[in-house]
Ligand binder design. Sequence first.
Ligand SMILES: [Ca+2]
Length: 508
Amino acid sequence: MAAVLPGCNDDDDGDDHTPASNTVSAEQACAALAGKSLAGATVVAAAAVPASGPAPVYCKVTASMAPSLNLEMRLPERWNGKLYYGGGGGYNGSIPGLQGGNLTALQAGYATVNSDSGHAGNGLSADFALNDTYAANLFGSLSVPTVASAAKELLQSAYGKTPDRAYFEGCSNGGREALMAAQRNPNLFDGIIARAPAYNWVGFMGQFNRTAKALAAPGGQFNAAKLGLLARSVRDACDANDGVKDGIVSHPAACNFDPQVLRCAGGADAGDTCLSDAQLATVGSWTSAATWAGGTYTNTGWALTGNEDDAGAWPTWVTGGGTVQAALQYLFQDTTVKNYLARDRSQDSLSYVWDSNLNALYAMAALNDATNTDLRPFKASNAKLILWHGGNDSALSYKATTAYYQGVTASVGGQAAADEFVRYYIAPGVDHCSGGPGADQTDLLAAPDDWVSNGKAPGTLSAAKLGTNGAPQLTRPLCVYPQYARYTGPANDAAAAALASNYTCTSP
Ligand SMILES: [Ca+2]
């Protein structure tokens, strides 16, 4: 059948099913797509959604791709001619909703697309990977180019033209999807925003396993008082080093706090004012690099930041509030051991030796690792890359993203070449993807779009932390790595310390 050629719609009412304009009503866009099958995607539903709160009116399109990939597009009435692809999180398994980057993009006139990456399930579960190699491939790398291809054809059908620009943004596993696309599909997107990327899958999952074992060892767990002691001691030592005691260590790489000063006399646990040897071993596991399989797989470890006690930091990711089996690091490595490595759901992950089955590691790396730093093809396509990482991320260390950035810089031939297409930002005091005491909100989509469309390379950006009323509670400059925001305002002035204008991006 050749019934989907754009413009060939004279057999019906003539002007509202295959429009060739950026201004198309939600009803028109939906009518153009209802019942269509394009690029392997079958439209399941297409319905106009009225404006609501911050969201404009749009056409919501759901489509499925055999055997089990589901995607959703949101088509605005005044389309800016660009596509925004928002990545997933964790082990995916559901379609991200209209919030965060999706909402920002739709408000700015982008058409958006998201997918479940090929399976339905809980984002903490890798059950899909145990017996379904195709689902594992879709999760690892195939879903993004597959969905992007379909999305571009659906836009052609809805608006009568393919997008002028396409951007991908993701955080955590979405950040991994972003780097995977930059590495394997260098022509697919004009700009890619990789936030807190989970790119080093074998390495960081191995580190999760290592951390969980340290916490599960006799006496290795932290209660709230001991966690507060550790974090407060780091702040006492390093908070003021950036020019202001604001509860945020803005340059943790220069913080030389030695946790051994907290050791209980004799090393046995002597209460909440000191750390036992088992607890210091947990800290040592946290801050040290790890290697497996003779150095084939590595992980950087974390810097001590002084905000380990933030609710979205260690309590969520590491200690599980005192029960390691409730911590997200434990849960992610546990489902990974069961479904990718041991391939046995009865395997106890805390007794599993991470590199006991090298072939299993190789297979998981082939599926999920996005560690290739050679982005010369991506650069040659004139695409741009924004890297962003929260400085207080207790899930994925910013140090790993720094290592990736340095690897890319070397691969493309040095700093000047890297500066032509990559920017890297660390947001101090920000937890995994968002949250924490730092300024976590930045319009990162505008940066690559301005770079690609207008040749305006991004420099210092603006970041804010919003209060519960939605107004900025504090602002900070978001500095280009390796610079950090140093306070240069009046001393002992809390109001001044909350304003970005009193900070200067400073080289370390
Ligand atoms: Ca500070």
